[in-house]
Design a protein around this ligand. Structure first.
Ligand SMILES: Nc1ncnc2c1ncn2[C@@H]1O[C@H](COP(=O)(O)OP(=O)(O)OP(=O)(O)O)[C@@H](O)[C@H]1O
Ligand SMILES: [Mg+2]
Length: 311
């Protein structure tokens, strides 16, 4: 049995201009112990997909489909049942450390709080464990840093605190949202290595713009575009020989491949293009691509692609 099986997930937000279809009929499976990268341009729905799994969305959100985690549909759980899973069983390392950390609490106390909630330790033992967790993130002077407030830490250190907090409850499944955003190249490489090491033996969904980071930390990569998944394959294949023209464009926009951006901009999620959502920007678009919506085709075990050229 897969650890997580997302079936036909739709997460829509009502707005004055119409329904924003941020996640539109997504099917995705994550195996036990698997680390999956989720990449795609800004606004394509990555964070909303992560938030849908852990159910951190406002009550006006329309969410449909199934999110089967260890055999239970998370969408059918009550808020109390969900609260028991959050942090301990499934944890999310949120996108923005600056707004996600509590500015008036020492970082060590914030990590200790998660440990106390999920590990049943008393205050003193939880604080000691928090320092241990910080040390595991290779932050220099963990004992001193634990007693500081978020504004006293650098961006890279705050990200380390977020990772320590995310893993403090010993979750089986971690959702890491843009853990390397805004960091310099060296810190980025360190954080990717840290994530890979600290999530060994767990399952992870790593949301990122950074294909290189996803390639280093993940086994498979799923590519998202305008609320849909377009391609899922091993990290190796996605980086070396992807089939979907969008993934190819994404790979060519890597700094190491010449930084060629994909021409055009992301489509509206309220009224996406007909046929293939990528066809207006696709260098290899055919007549059929404007008329028909390509289905997601399974190529091999765990490899999928949504493109008429790849079938
Ligand atoms: N609470 C909300 N209400 C209405 N629309 C929302 C809400 N949250 C997200 N959206 C919209 O859903 C779409 C997807 O947003 P999401 O944050 O998932 O993008 P993303 O892929 O994570 O982008 P980025 O890479 O910039 O983080 C966007 O168009 C966004 O404006
Ligand atoms: Mg996001």
């Amino acid at each position: 049995m897969a650890l997580l099986d997302i079936i036909n997930l739709k997460t829509y937000f009502p707005s004055a201009d119409g329904l924003v279809k941020a996640v539109d009929a997504v099917d995705l499976r994550i195996e036990n112990g698997e680390r999956l990268g989720l990449i795609g341009e800004t606004g394509c729905g990555k964070t909303v997909l992560g938030m849908s799994i852990i159910r951190l969305l406002s009550s006006s959100t329309r969410i449909q489909g199934q999110i089967i985690y260890k055999g239970r549909d998370l969408l059918g759980l009550t808020e109390d049942e969900m609260r028991l899973l959050r942090g301990g069983e499934i944890a999310m390392i949120l996108q923005n450390p600056t707004t996600s950390l509590n500015p008036v609490l020492k970082v060590g106390d914030q990590i200790a709080e998660v440990i106390r909630l999920h590990g049943g330790l008393d205050k003193k033992a939880a604080k000691a464990k928090a320092v241990e967790m910080l040390a595991a993130t290779m932050i220099p002077n963990p004992l001193m840093r634990a007693d500081q407030y978020p504004h006293e830490l650098s961006g890279g250190m705050k990200e380390r605190v977020m990772i320590a907090m995310g893993l403090a409850g010993q979750p089986s499944f971690v959702i890491a949202d843009e853990p390397t955003r805004g960091l310099d190249a060296r810190t980025k490489a360190e954080i990717v290595k840290l994530i890979r090491d600290m999530t060994a033996g767990r399952s992870m969904l790593m949301i990122t713009h950074d294909l290189k980071a996803a390639g280093e930390a993940c086994d498979r990569i799923a590519v998202m575009y305008a609320g849909e998944l377009l391609e899922i394959a091993s990290a190796e294949l996605i980086l070396s020989d992807p089939c979907h023209p969008y993934t190819q464009g994404f790979v060519h926009s890597l700094p190491s491949r010449g930084l060629q951006p994909i021409p055009g901009s992301s489509p509206s999620l309220i009224d996406p293009p007909s046929g293939c959502r990528f066809h207006p920007r696709c260098p290899r678009s055919m007549d059929i691509c404007q008329r028909e919506h390509p289905p997601m085709i399974r190529l091999h075990k765990g490899d999928f692609v949504r493109c008429f050229l790849c079938t």
